[in-house]
Design a protein around this ligand. Structure first.
Ligand code: SAH
Length: 357
């Protein structure tokens, strides 16, 4: 059976039509050599398709209010232990200005599902940022009606991040009480249709997830042709129903990133902060296994600790300028450089390049 041979499974991922079994096999190497072969191949495909530049996306976590009940997330509405904050529009624009002054070419505005920010409020913030600053704007504020997404696109938003979290509908239903898998998928299609550069991704190591589920997650992302992918390890939070669950594995996260690079050669793949939280060099490893994006935090320091989606998040005591120097040093330490362009989606621009030299 083809799935028995690691090299053949890797080739199936690179060449086209891998089965979920092929991918699951790639995600479970039998030894260091197999793991190494995956990582080296992903690094080469990354270099040939998106180059050595690492794109930095300045993350502004502007509100930790959330109406949702995601079982894994510390911001979930039922967590009454968490002090909640909301940055007013002026403060968000100020944080974006600082990000631009630090040299970032993209700002990501992220929050819980917070209806306090009406469609018009967010449109106003986006349009102020786009008119005053030379940056791309990415939004990550959850599920909204098409009208809102359309308004923000008209206001100048370039990109949208909405993780599917898991592509297994039953698991999705268990983890997201009161939410609908079909609606999340519909949101992704709407965003794409409206012309956003689209980002999605999953959590790795959720209770109830199997290698087969993760393999299908990667096929889901490939079929969606996402321009950006953010996949991080699940880190259990004490104030959630998943307290006490096992933490997602660093090595498996690295392999998911690498396999994703083989399936989506031109995508922008993030080495997540969650990966850096579980291992001091986690983000560097991710960047050496197919990743080409990092998301340094520029949230004003006084709010940072409160955006506690998971515990022990790194960089909560730093100011944006410190993170800027830190991330650049990390990128340089692995022989890469900071990209200086906007880092727009590449997927549609040209045909994928093979893994050769
Ligand atoms: N409300 C927005 C932003 C959510 S927070 C939205 O729905 O898109 C951003 C991401 O944090 C989520 O998509 C989720 O994948 C991740 N996250 C939440 N809880 C986590 C945890 N316990 N461990 C790791 N990542 C987590």
């Amino acid at each position: 059976m083809r799935a028995g041979d690691y090299g053949q499974c890797l080739a199936a991922l690179v060449q086209g039509e891998p089965t979920a079994t092929d991918i699951a096999r790639v995600l479970s190497p039998k030894n260091e050599e197999e793991h190494g072969a995956l990582v080296v191949l992903a690094d080469r495909v990354r270099k040939n398709n998106v180059g050595d530049g690492v794109h930095l996306r300045a993350l502004i976590e502007f509100s930790n209010h959330c109406r949702a009940a995601c079982q894994y997330c510390g911001l979930r509405a039922e967590n009454s232990d968490l002090a909640r904050y909301r940055m007013p529009p002026d403060e968000i624009i100020e944080a974006a200005t600082i990000a631009a002054e630090l040299g970032y070419r993209t700002v990501v505005l992220q929050s819980g599902e917070d209806a306090w920010y009406t469609a018009e409020t967010i449109a106003q913030i986006v349009s102020e940022i786009k008119s005053r600053l030379d940056v791309a704007v990415t939004l990550c504020v959850g599920e909204r009606p098409e009208r809102d997404y359309a308004l923000w696109r008209e206001a100048g938003a370039d990109r949208y991040l909405l993780r599917i979290e898991t592509s297994a509908p039953e698991l999705y239903a268990t983890l997201h009480p009161g939410m609908s898998f079909d609606n999340r998928v519909a949101c992704l299609h709407t965003l794409r249709r409206l012309g956003y550069q689209l980002g999605s991704g999953v959590l790795i190591g959720l209770p109830g997830q199997s290698l087969e589920t993760l393999a299908r997650d990667l096929l889901f992302l490939r079929d969606l042709e996402t321009d950006m992918v953010g996949m991080g390890p699940f880190i259990p939070h004490d104030a959630t129903p998943l307290a006490g669950s096992e933490t997602g594995r660093v090595e498996l996260t690295i392999r998911m990133m690498a396999a994703c690079r083989l399936l989506l050669p031109r995508a922008h793949i993030v080495a997540t902060t969650a990966l850096g939280t579980l291992a001091p060099l986690g983000r560097e490893w991710g960047l050496q296994a197919g990743g080409n994006v990092a998301m340094p935090n520029v949230t004003p320091q006084r709010h940072r600790a409160l955006y506690e989606i998971y515990p022990s998040k790194i960089c909560i005591n730093e100011e944006g300028s410190h993170c800027r120097g830190c991330i650049e040093a990390r990128i340089n330490s692995i022989g890469r450089h900071m990209a200086t362009d906007y880092g727009h989606a590449l997927s549609a621009e040209r045909e994928p390049q093979p893994a050769g030299t």
